[in-house]
Design a protein. Structure first.
Lengths: 112, 109
């Protein structure tokens, strides 16, 4: 079955520390991959996407993600977290007619 | 910038009422989606539409219907609201990536 797994429900990091959020997908081929961010009470905003080509993709707000085919992973990273990055992060993939499968999300807390 | 708007940010309805949630997008997208989001359950697809008057059931369509009479507008209808439909409802449009509205927090009492 097609699925997205975000193993970490909740992560806490100190402001200025580096961040890595994990995402694994299950699909027979390489899907289109996305990370979205949701601030409290808001809709989701696209951070970055991977379709093909360079496996390291850059997004908005200083985020990047690396696609690793051998591990079926698409982990999100940021070298230095800011307090405003506190939010919920969703990994997703898309394979057919624009319909996406979302992970359950990882909530990021940033300690001062 | 892509804009997806939803008719209400907060809505309180009574059990048994018919509820309409409206979504409008301004990017001429063919695909539009309705999700509900509940703590611990992530985003669950209710219905999506890939063209005017076309719709497909998502993962949890029971108790909901949709209408897409114009390309830019996708409506979610709760025929007879129940308390278990209290939730955050998110509309989205797009091709491969999706653009989301701000959400409607619906409370059914």
């Amino acid at each position: 079955a097609q699925s997205v797994t975000q193993p970490d429900i909740h992560i806490t990091v100190s402001e200025g520390a580096s961040l890595e959020l994990r995402c694994n997908y299950s699909y027979g081929a390489t899907p289109y991959l996305f990370w979205y961010v949701q601030s409290p009470g808001q809709g989701l905003q696209l951070l970055l996407k991977y379709f093909s080509g360079d496996t390291l993709v850059q997004g908005i707000k200083g985020f990047e993600a690396e696609f690793k085919r051998s591990q079926s992973s698409f982990n999100l990273r940021k070298p230095s977290v800011h307090w405003s990055d506190a939010a919920e992060y969703f990994c997703a993939f898309n394979t057919n007619a624009g319909k996406s499968t979302f992970g359950d999300g990882t909530t990021l807390t940033v300690k001062p | 910038d892509v804009k997806v708007t939803q008719s209400s940010r907060y809505l309180v309805k009574r059990t048994g009422e018919k509820v309409f949630l409206e979504c409008v997008q301004d990017m001429d997208h063919e695909n539009m989606f309705w999700y509900r989001q509940d703590p611990g359950l992530g985003l669950r697809l209710i219905y999506f539409s890939y063209d005017v008057k076309m719709k497909e059931k998502g993962d949890i369509p029971e108790g909901y219907s949709v209408s897409r009479e114009k390309k830019e507008r996708f409506s979610l209808i709760l025929e007879s609201a129940s308390t278990n439909q209290t939730s955050m409802y998110l509309c989205a449009s797009g091709g491969n990536e999706q653009y989301f509205g701000p959400g409607t927090r619906l409370t059914v009492t």
